[in-house]
Design a protein around this ligand. Sequence first.
Ligand SMILES: C[S@@+](CC[C@H](N)C(=O)[O-])C[C@H]1O[C@@H](n2cnc3c(N)ncnc32)[C@H](O)[C@@H]1O
Length: 275
Amino acid sequence: MSPDQSPHLPRPLDEIDSVVSERASRSWWDHDADDYHDEHGEFLGAARTGGEFRWCPEGLTEAEAGLLGPVEGKTILEVGCGSAPCARWLTAHGAHVIGLDLSGEMLRHGLRAIAGDDAPTPLVQATAEALPFTDASFDVVFSSFGAVPFVADSALVMAEVTRILRPGGRWVFSVNHPMRWMFPDDPGPAGLTVSIPYFSRTPYRETDDDGIVTYVEHHRTIGDRVREIVAAGLVLDDIVEPEWPDGFEETWGQWSPLRGNYFPGTAIFCSHKPG
Ligand SMILES: C[S@@+](CC[C@H](N)C(=O)[O-])C[C@H]1O[C@@H](n2cnc3c(N)ncnc32)[C@H](O)[C@@H]1O
């Protein structure tokens, strides 16, 4: 690798950098926290004692998938935990878990739920691009649609996770399947027609009347994600593409039985730190 090549390639050159993305995401998720839980809280098990662990709108649970391996007694971090139903489920299953999220309002929903749990789950407010933990302090780090699609520098997240993992530790994260980028965010027939180039890394953004960025999503191709994982020094073990379950009728935003029958909506990247 020549000296001018970043080990964190690819990094899009765009005005939607880490500062802009973080500000937009914190504000968006703070304002959306109540609506998000009204709409999805039941599915997520957000208010359930002991939480629930779903990897994706296809409904795959960690109890079925076992992607984190045995968790009892393990030290685990959830990145982009929202109200932390997954972290709370792991606590109820004997792990020592911390939930981390950028949004104080998402975490506040979590605090209310934790008050009803048998064992507490500590929560931390921070960004995934600068994890406030010492090196080699976790056995497992994971994320269920938290943070990774919303940060400008997901390669930095991979590097940060690698830093705080112990040798042999796992990093597993679910995100929108990269091929979904090509289609409009529509659960119906309109969401079956390609409209955006797969290779366009220009972030999706929404702005207010003053031009302030209020919502951001960053795209990576499958190859980008693999390169970012490998560049961080991790070993990629699997990319799980959950299939739409037969007879499953739940719709979540752009996720629907119609689209689920044609193409994947979620990719779960499973990796580990050598050693
Ligand atoms: C779609 S929600 C998923 C929350 C939770 N994992 C769940 O399944 O309900 C995305 C979460 O990522 C968080 N997030 C966005 N950008 C982040 C960042 N830079 N660092 C940490 N969390 C972030 C948001 O605040 C939000 O809670």
